[in-house]
Design a protein around this ligand. Structure first.
Ligand code: NAI
Ligand code: MG
Length: 363
């Protein structure tokens, strides 16, 4: 098979960690049996500096055609005062919107070698491997009306609207069940049906999709607040958690911190399957930002970025074995004791970004 990837390194440490992804891709191109063609383009502040917008139409065109977009990070103090419409984040938001990336996957994996870095007890998180699936393009972040109005008595009133349609709920539910089938076959759906109409509809539609199309997968419903509690009490009870945009934003950040450093966390955002080819548009990125405080020093942790490539292999290239190889190499390198500065304990030696890349390639 042959894959076309668009690499968008972005700003700050984005290009530094993307360099290591490039090396892994070169290795895969030689050794995996698949062929990877890559193109690289600008996004974020670096794109603004080059042509006055945070992503060009040309780059958007490439993103539409690519099998997957591999995205670094954008932003930094240099661009804090550029006009709102062309601020670095606008490039990422345009990608999400134009590619209709409605399904945001955030794995929370606890590598045994890092289990002591979590704030939770080792037995609670050691071996943790769960996936939070957040609906990314609907709900209260986008629903209209959305406004602050001044009332006749001078008081102000802020309005955000939680809004979900059948189509939006069913398509995210299907992604959840598909993901679970390829993992441990369990979905937990979280909403607040006790106080929100959108929660009632969410609950009904997830159940209906389950019954009609995925009866082989175990389905459980949980109120989102109780789910948050369970996530911290005993996270290993979950496999795939599916939830709306707002609850997913919060629960995925909580889950992320069960596992240690920001430099470890990959993510994927998927669109709808093409009716003809079945392929989904997709963007893969680390959860972290451009880390201006360490940019240019060659010390950034490339694991989140490389693990994001691993997700691209799994979900866009149908190369689960290659993805397992990447994830296994990361686990082995951590077990061998190699640590970038963000992971190293006080007084412990740390390795550079490229040393970590070397070690992962060797593994
Ligand atoms: P950040 O994630 O860039 O950094 C937070 C802290 O974590 C910093 O101390 C940083 O050094 C550390 N860190 C992050 N990634 C690391 C890595 N791979 N290796 C080692 N240490 C790492 O978040 P912050 O500081 O809030 O934002 C910095 C800039 O990034 C801002 O301009 C922000 O808007 C942008 N940002 C961009 C995102 C994106 O492109 N998707 C997401 C989050 C923030
Ligand atoms: Mg967030």
């Amino acid at each position: 098979a042959s894959f076309n990837l668009l690499l968008l390194p972005g700003d700050g440490i984005g290009p530094e960690v993307m360099t290591e992804v490039g090396r892994v891709l070169t290795w895969l191109d030689k050794n995996s049996g698949a062929t990877f063609e890559t193109e690289t383009d600008l996004v974020g502040g670096s794109a603004y500096d080059a042509h006055g917008e945070s992503i060009s139409d040309d780059a958007m065109d490439k993103a539409q055609k690519a099998d997957a977009v591999i995205f670094g990070a954008v932003g930094g103090p240099k661009w804090d005062s550029v006009p709102y419409e062309v601020r670095p984040e606008a490039g990422l938001l345009r990608l999400r919107k134009d590619l209709e990336l409605f399904a945001n996957l955030r794995p929370a994996i606890c590598y045994p070698a890092l289990a002591d870095a979590s704030s939770l007890k080792r037995d609670v998180i050691e071996g943790l491997d769960i996936l939070i699936l957040r609906e990314l393009t609907g709900g209260v972040y986008f629903g209209e009306p959305k406004e602050i109005v001044t009332l006749e008595n001078g008081e102000k009133r802020a309005v955000d609207t939680q809004l979900y349609t059948t189509h939006e709920i069913e398509r995210i539910a299907r992604v959840a069940f598909e993901l679970a089938r390829a993992r441990n076959n369990k979905v937990t759906s979280m909403e607040k049906r006790n106080v929100m109409r959108s929660g009632v509809l969410w609950n009904q539609l997830v159940s209906a999709v389950h019954k009609a199309e995925y009866p082989d997968v175990e389905l459980e419903h949980m109120l989102a607040d109780a789910g948050g509690m369970q996530l911290v009490r005993w996270p290993k009870q979950f496999d795939v958690i599916v939830t709306d945009n707002l609850f997913g934003d919060m629960l995925s950040d909580v889950a992320a911190m069960l596992t240690g450093s920001l430099g470890m966390l990959p993510s994927a955002s998927l669109g709808a399957p093409d009716p003809e080819t079945g392929k989904r548009k997709a963007l893969y990125e680390p959860v972290h930002g451009s880390a201006p405080d360490i940019a240019g020093k060659g010390i950034a942790n490339p694991i989140a970025m490389i693990a994001s490539l691993g997700m691209a292999l799994r979900y866009s290239c149908d190369m689960g074995d290659a993805a397992d190889l990447v994830d296994g190499a990361i686990a082995d390198v951590l077990a061998s004791g190699a640590r970038t500065a963000d992971l190293a304990a006080k007084g412990q030696n740390s390795v550079s970004t490229s040393d970590m890349g070397d070690a992962i390639l060797a593994a």
